[in-house]
Design a protein around this ligand. Structure first.
Ligand code: SF4
Length: 470
């Protein structure tokens, strides 16, 4: 019998990990898992070296190469010298400090937020950090996971702890049933369009409701991945039978009796009856359509059959200025529909939508069809494991037969690395998470959407409603 007041999932994980709490100071939080990649870690390792420090818990630290890896033939030399240096440095640092490293050629290599869950490194109730904004992805398994800066990477390497202020709780309740052609990507784009990119600042989203419970584990990851784009520190979904089934048998999860014991503990994580949130937003899944963005932040999104807002429809001057600037960059007009707008590139990949279920969804639309010859279509699996699974299912052949490029695993055109980038002025429908100016290449213009919408657009050569192809 405990006398604690009813707590949310976030509050339970937080309470369990606070090492020290003082009035008006950030709390000291214990970190269960630190994921490291090549871009935000070099200065942190150098800092340890200069201070004569070691990595406090190598068993709770794992590194992978993702941002800078080329997605072309891996037997070729890396032509981008900065990328090559970052990858070499990660290997050197991991060897020197004794950290497991999944570099190019390793069967576990892949995007950090894809490999964590698929290897079972990510587990319910954990605290997880990584020097990358989209660490929130791991919250789909009921882990409190957030991105940290380079200085904090060094701090966690040295101490296995992090200074954090406690966030507020924010329930995003999604009830009902998604209609055909509507996916978890559309749920999160609809949420951010509703609350804006600052709507969740200072909070942790917890996604609840019948529509969330019905989602597969990978679909849940897509939602939590983009929590940060709604301003939240992290996103969480309470673990359930779908979570346990997904995790069972993965390489790094507990085995046998230890597995049973872990599941027993994980079952206690969901919020208590009577637990309350600081804020709540409700979405009706029955009413959602496929979503697409028109502007230069992920909050500038509309249903695929909708129209770009007009300046007059906005309430304040700063929103009007932001819209005008975004539309100038995108070379789009207010009040116009996006359906039928030509695109140059379609990118299916990134830590938001490069898992096997995303590739299967796109393949289901592309099967037996050809992509429009004017469109370059890149399909980039999120990890070596996703690539192996896709091969077993014949997906690379299916994509190639449709006219797509099938690439090696990595972040790729999500962040315009290693030549995977848009040319100035090009339009791209992308399954990634950011449509900022220049994110996919200087002058490149990004429309964010689901893998289904991306596949439909690839076939038609212009922004399309996948429901017409189902
Ligand atoms: S895919 Fe994009 S958002 Fe995800 S980790 Fe890589 S660069 Fe970051």
């Amino acid at each position: 019998m405990n006398n604690l007041p009813p707590r949310t999932l976030f509050e339970k994980i937080w309470d369990k990990h606070v090492v020290q709490d003082e009035m008006d100071c950030p709390s000291v939080l214990y970190i269960d898992l630190h994921l490291v990649h090549e871009v935000t870690s070099p200065q942190a390792f150098q800092g340890l070296r200069e201070k004569g420090l070691i990595v406090r818990q190598v068993g709770r630290t794992v590194a992978t190469a993702d941002h800078s890896v080329p997605t072309t033939d891996r037997s070729l030399p890396i032509t981008d010298s900065m990328a090559a240096n970052q990858l070499r440095q990660l290997e050197i640092n991991c060897r020197e400090f004794g950290i497991p490293h999944f570099g190019i050629g390793n069967p576990h290599q892949g995007i950090v937020h894809v490999i964590g869950p698929e290897l079972g490194l990510t587990q319910p109730g954990m605290t997880i950090v990584c020097g990358d904004s989209h660490t929130a992805t791991h919250g789909a398994l009921g882990a409190l996971a957030f991105g940290i800066g380079t200085t904090e990477v060094e701090h966690v390497l040295a101490t296995q702890c992090l200074l954090q202020r406690k966030s507020k709780t924010f329930e995003v309740r999604v009830d009902g049933q998604l209609r055909s052609g509507v996916t978890s990507k559309d749920i999160i784009l609809a949420l951010i369009a509703k609350i804006g990119v600052g709507g969740g600042v200072g909070s942790i989203f917890e996604f609840t409701g019948s529509a969330i419970r019905a989602l597969s584990m990978e679909a849940r990851m897509t939602i939590c991945n983009m929590s940060i784009e709604g301003g939240a520190r992290a996103g969480l979904i309470a673990p359930d039978e779908i979570t346990f089934e997904y995790l069972h048998g993965r390489p790094f999860v507990p085995k046998n009796a230890a597995w049973d014991e872990s599941v027993k503990l994980w079952r206690q994580l969901p919020g208590d009856v009577g637990a309350t949130y600081d804020t709540q937003v409700i979405l009706d899944a029955n009413k959602l359509e496929p979503m697409i963005t028109y502007g230069t932040n992920p909050g500038m999104g509309i249903p695929i059959t909708g129209s770009i807002p007009t300046l007059e429809s906005l309430e304040d001057d700063s929103s009007r200025r932001a819209l005008a600037r975004a539309l100038e960059y995108m070379n789009l007009s207010p009040g116009k529909r996006l359906l039928g707008h030509p695109v140059d590139v379609v990118f299916i990949g990134s830590c938001t939508n490069s898992r096997i279920s995303d590739l299967r969804a796109a393949a289901g639309i592309l099967k037996g069809r050809k992509v429009n010859p004017k469109v370059r279509v890149m399909v980039v699996p999120g990890s070596e494991q996703v690539k192996r699974q896709a091969k077993q299912e014949g997906l690379p052949e299916l994509f190639r037969a449709a006219g797509c490029e099938w690439r090696e695993p990595g972040c790729s055109m999500c962040i315009a690395m290693n030549g995977d980038e848009l040319r100035p002025g090009q339009y791209c429908v992308s399954t990634s998470n950011r449509n900022f100016e220049g994110r996919q290449g200087i002058g490149g213009r990004t429309f964010l959407a689901s893998p289904l919408t991306a596949a439909a657009t690839a076939i038609e050569g212009c922004i399309s409603d996948v429901r017409t192809l189902l």
